[in-house]
Design a protein around this ligand. Structure first.
Ligand code: FAD
Length: 466
């Protein structure tokens, strides 16, 4: 279809949104060019999901080894953070090489450089001072997001760190201040607390993980406190100054009292902002919203008919699998299909200790939308598998429509919650009912039995909980 253009589909950004869009468009037989200015795999593979999960695994092993005396295991792990980070980097390399190879093997043309729009059909690509032009029929913008800097606390990579810097530290800090108790702040705090760092988390709001209800966030908070993490709620960080040994962080509360915390480093994890500044979006008639995110319709189309946007650059949910799904859908739309983004339910996971998995509606959200929900629960302290894992904190909660018993949502806190939530996402996708989940035989002893029991509990028929 590309006629006189250099490429039919140009994808800007090779993160989990962009590379999936590019591969999918190539599967549709399109001529595809994928432009990346930095590293294949984007935030997720290089400085996000993958490196953080690698360090979480390694620090769990080190920490758990020293916590098993009750089981008759006496051990203390010695940690070399430099080697741990090298191991993590090896995984990142393997996966990012994979993205490059898979894209090439599908016939996607890879171009290294920074893309910006010249007009509605032309892109300029700058590589090491050289500028090239590329004409296109369709553009898919997948330029992602970056960490927000706080005023007075610019990232310097030494004392004031972003999540990216924190994931590359080679020495275990003695003291760390983490600003922000969202999921990135909480995952990083847990990693360093398990390595023995004295961690203080400063959070403007009243609790951890804003957006999750009290039952969930309190479970995470109390486990974090058991790990030795100190929380300072209702305080906002306003300044960081260098000290001979590191950094002094100043915070203020609503009563305008001021506090100071000394640490080796401060990690600022207060959210992420879209990356659009180098794109010259005005050249194709796109005006981002007041926070800089690109607005799209239900098929991912922007104000410019033949330009689409996917992933973090379009705002919440800023999650890798949401970006990938959007990439898939938009590539299908470009190929002439009629799919829409709202046909899909998007689960979310937080890799704290314990983990959180959630999908669909909470009971309150179901009520707001006019349902009369029923809720089934199974506490993990009644699960044989949770006890044999020595992980009894947490629960499975399932929300269903009281009339039809159709599953509307689920919230899971516990080990492997990130895996367990997939069964519930499938259940919602298939419009399954409580009976479907409750009567499916689940392997014993497993955590997934708690899903079955929670579904049975919603019908008053659970065996292992009241
Ligand atoms: P990105 O992955 O940000 O990719 C955008 C790409 O575009 C980048 O490679 C960038 O270099 C490139 N680019 C930007 N501008 C241009 C330009 N003008 N020209 C050329 N190229 C350009 N999500 C999860 O689902 N699970 C997790 O466990 C998880 N953990 C995370 C942990 C951390 C510490 C962080 C920071 C994030 C985490 N995320 C997680 C979020 C996840 O990384 C993002 O949602 C995901 O990467 C978004 O994908 P994307 O394709 O939209 O953008």
């Amino acid at each position: 279809e590309s006629g006189s253009s250099d490429t039919d589909v140009v994808v800007i950004g090779a993160g989990p949104g962009g590379y999936v869009a590019a591969i999918r468009a190539a599967q549709h037989g399109r001529d595809v060019t994928l432009v990346e200015k930095n590293a294949y795999g984007g935030t997720c593979l290089n400085v996000g999901c993958i490196p953080s999960k690698a360090l979480i695994t390694a620090t769990d092993i080190a920490y758990d080894a020293g916590q098993a005396e009750e089981m008759g295991v006496y051990a203390e792990a010695a940690v070399d953070l430099k080697e741990m980070v090298e191991w993590k980097d090896g995984i990142v390399d393997r996966l990012t090489n994979g993205v490059e190879k898979l894209s090439s093997a599908r016939g996607v043309t890879l171009v290294e450089g920074t893309a910006s729009f010249v007009n509605e059909r032309t892109l300029e690509i700058e590589t090491g001072g050289e500028r090239d032009r590329l004409s296109f029929d369709h553009a898919i913008i997948a330029t992602g997001s970056r960490p927000i800097e706080l005023p007075g606390m610019a990232f310097d990579g030494e004392t004031v760190l972003s999540s990216t810097h924190a994931l590359a530290l080679e020495r275990v800090p003695q003291r760390l201040v983490v600003v922000g108790a969202g999921y990135i702040g909480m995952e990083l705090s847990t990693v360093f607390a398990k390595l023995g760092t004295d961690v203080t988390v400063v959070e403007m709001l009243g609790g951890v993980l804003p957006g999750y209800d009290d039952e969930i966030s309190n479970t995470i908070r109390s486990r974090a406190e058991k790990l030795g993490i100190t929380f300072r709620f209702g305080e906002g960080a306003s300044d960081a100054t260098q000290t001979p040994n590191g950094v002094r962080v100043t915070t203020e509360n609503e009563g305008e009292e001021s506090f100071e915390y000394d640490a080796d480093h401060v990690v600022v994890a207060v959210g992420r902002e879209p990356v659009t500044d180098t794109l010259a979006l005005e050249k194709i008639g796109i005006e981002p919203d007041d926070r800089g995110f690109i607005r799209t319709d239900e098929q991912g189309r922007t104000e410019c008919d033949h330009a689409f946007a996917i992933g973090d650059v379009t705002g919440e949910p800023m999650l890798a699998h949401a970006a990938s799904k959007a990439g898939h859908v938009v590539a299908d739309v470009v190929a002439g299909e009629t799919t829409t983004l709202d046909e899909f339910v998007v689960p979310a996971a937080v890799f704290t200790d314990p983990e959180i998995g959630s999908v669909g509606m909470t009971a309150d959200e179901a009520t707001e939308r006019g349902y009369e929900p029923v809720v089934g629960r199974m506490p993990l302290n009644a699960s044989g598998r949770a006890l044999t894992l020595d992980e009894p904190d947490g629960f499975v909660r399932i929300v269903a429509d009281g009339d039809t018993e159709t599953i509307l949502g689920a919230q899971i806190v516990g080990p492997e919650a990130s895996e367990l939530i997939a069964e519930l996402a499938l259940a919602i996708d298939l419009e399954a009912t409580l009976a479907d989940l409750a009567t499916t035989v689940h392997t014993h002893p497993t955590l997934s039995e708690a899903v079955m029991e929670a579904a049975a509990n919603a019908r008053g028929e659970a065996i292992h909980t009241l």
